[in-house]
Design a binder for this molecule. Structure first.
Ligand code: NAP
Length: 311
């Protein structure tokens, strides 16, 4: 396993982190614990979750799996997505909601601190100062080691940074955006901004939920047990003819390199020096092994250029 610093900060994350948004549903508790065990055995040191994943089950499973080894792992969780409908304080980034949900996350994770606490998405209705002062308090009191932000655009990053500088508050050290061969928009503004501000980038959905493993083909039924088989929203949004044709082209490139498409997809992400870690989800331990194999792949410059031209 390779390790990279999160931007200009001291925290070092494994190049592959473990995602957990399927723990407690498709992946039941015992299987999820085996997935976590295997990831840690292979050198993964960062696990990503959120208060909203599987109604809190994901955090609970991680808490159980990390008993006795909590300090050896970077645990990242998030706040801000709606958790209680029809309740004006049931989501968002107000001080009230953050403090409520933070307490719940600690209980579920069976811990007294969180390593990276992400703002899950920008909240246009709460003053940034309120949110960032709350996060600053959590860091100063020792409950949170680092602040992160997720799904922020450049304007939102800029406003966050400026507010922290003006008020002397703890700055976010990492952005968590989507990024993969099919979703490259952060390359234009967001990634250069992060690089120039020393902010780490922990990218999510590097395999686009499995599409970039090559397991789905035009006209074929999704394999049994796969995300597309059980999640109609995912199937309709991502298994389009256009996407599947693009995936075929990437599969050809992978073939030229003599590797699997999923290896190419993850290795390509890590070929960008501004990426700190790729947060890959897995539904069994074998997938973790397969995904970590991507670290052995070195993509030659000529193929990187070819991939750039296929955007
Ligand atoms: N911040 C945010 O807003 C946000 C949003 C989304 C995700 N995330 C984070 O990012 C993590 C990863 O995202 P993701 O799960 O959506 O996407 P992903 O990592 O691109 O895809 C993971 C899925 O691909 C399939 N897969 C993985 N390895 C495989 C292999 N070797 N062979 C075949 N299939 C394989 C598995 O699904 P099946 O086996 O079911 O097909 C697995 O659940 C999440 O768990 C979460 O922690 C964050």
């Amino acid at each position: 396993m390779g390790y990279r610093r999160l931007g200009g900060w001291g925290l070092r994350a494994s190049e592959i982190s473990l995602g957990s948004n399927n723990f407690g549903t498709q992946v039941d508790r015992p299987l999820a614990i085996r997935v976590i065990d295997r990831a840690l055995e292979l050198g993964v040191n960062m696990i990503d979750t959120a208060n909203v994943y599987t109604g809190g089950k994901s955090e609970e499973i991680i808490g159980e799996a990390l008993k006795g080894r909590r300090d050896e792992v970077v645990v990242a969780t998030k706040v801000g997505s709606p958790v209680v409908s029809n309740n004006p304080i049931g989501g968002g980034l107000s001080r009230k909601h953050i403090m409520w949900q933070f307490k719940k996350s600690l209980q579920r994770l069976q811990t007294d601190y969180v390593d990276i606490y992400y703002l899950h998405r920008f909240d246009p209705e709460t003053p940034l100062e309120e949110t960032l002062r709350t996060m600053d308090y959590l860091v100063r009191e020792g409950f949170v080691r680092y602040v992160g932000v997720s799904n922020f655009d450049v304007k939102q990053l800029e406003a966050t940074w400026r507010t922290c500088e003006e008020l002397g508050l703890e700055k976010p050290i990492v952005l968590q955006p989507p990024y993969n061969l099919l979703r490259r928009d952060i390359e234009v503004e967001v990634a250069p901004w992060c690089e120039s501000h020393g902010m780490g980038v922990a990218v999510y959905s590097p395999l686009q939920g499995g599409l970039l493993t090559g397991k789905y083909s035009l006209g074929a039924q999704p394999p049994e047990g796969s995300r597309a088989a059980y999640n109609p929203i995912y199937r309709e949004r991502w298994l389009t003819a256009e996407n599947l044709q693009r995936v075929e082209k990437y599969r050809e490139v992978a073939g030229q390199l003599g590797v699997d498409l999923r290896e190419l997809a993850v290795a390509w992400i890590l070929s960008h020096r501004w990426v700190s870690t790729a947060i890959v989800g897995a539904s069994n331990p074998a997938q973790v092994d397969e995904n970590v194999k991507a670290l052995e792949v070195n993509i030659p410059q000529s193929l990187l250029e070819k991939l750039d031209n296929q955007r």
